[in-house]
Design a protein around this ligand. Structure first.
Ligand SMILES: O=C(O)c1ccccc1NCC(=O)[C@H](O)[C@H](O)COP(=O)(O)O
Length: 212
């Protein structure tokens, strides 16, 4: 927790990076299990890392997983699964993911078009939602997308709302202040290359949250 904000550092691929994230105050560490991701972490490496950091919450980051993959992730010690999926995914599929691990072990990270809100029928299926409120147009970022995050958080306080997507040391303070987020997720904004974190950027990110 940094200045009242919970932090997840995602895309951890090494013990060095896990320890650096831990030192700056990350509450959650995200491990990408998608083999196609440049941040993919093989399970042997994951096991080696968590042996040294057993007390941190570990998130399995997955893209539209099969039921068996999801079940396996929880069985080998991940605290919960974060599923990335397209907004057109049928409700029955999301219900299956939820039934497989239980809503309290599930975060959903839907790719939503800017004009689309999280559908009401998804809310009971997962504890948390990652909402990426950034949009291509810099000019509308301030007025539209921060409000979208804030609106979800205020309207549905029983869910955990996690601000994610393109957060950096430069924009984290403003992002939190304008969105009202109490939980942020950062990955590429604290890297020197995909899957390799940078201690100075992690420290700068933490400083931005402390000084906001
Ligand atoms: O990081 C990836 O390569 C990735 C690939 C496929 C699905 C999800 C992926 N990453 C998720 C995350 O890193 C974070 O949870 C989050 O979306 C923030 O990422 P960033 O915008 O890089 O801060």
């Amino acid at each position: 927790m940094i200045n009242g904000i919970q932090v997840k550092v995602c895309g951890i691929t090494s013990l060095i990076d896990a320890e650096a994230a831990d030192r700056v105050g990350a509450d959650f560490l995200g491990f990408d299990l998608n083999p196609k991701s440049p941040r993919h972490v093989p399970l042997e490496v994951y096991h080696n890392i968590v042996t040294h950091l057993p007390y941190r919450k570990k998130i399995a980051v997955m893209t539209e997983p099969r039921k068996e993959e999801l079940r396996h992730a929880l069985a080998i010690g991940f605290s919960l699964a974060q599923i990335h999926f397209n907004h057109t995914t049928p409700l029955e599929q999301i219900e299956k993911w939820s039934r497989t691990v239980g809503a309290r072990h599930l975060w959903l990270a839907p790719e939503l078009p800017p004009e689309m809100d999280v559908p009401g029928e998804w809310l009971s299926l997962a504890d948390g939602f990652l909402l990426d409120p950034f949009c291509a147009d810099e000019n509308t970022r301030d007025s539209g997308d921060w409000r979208k995050f804030a609106r979800h958080r205020e309207t549905h306080p029983d869910n955990l709302w996690i601000l994610s997507g393109d957060l950096t040391p430069d924009n984290a303070g403003e992002a939190v202040n304008k969105s009202g987020a109490r939980f942020v997720d950062v990955s590429s904004g604290v890297e020197i290359s995909p899957g390799v974190k940078n201690t100075a950027k992690l420290e700068a990110f933490a400083r931005a949250l402390r000084q906001r």
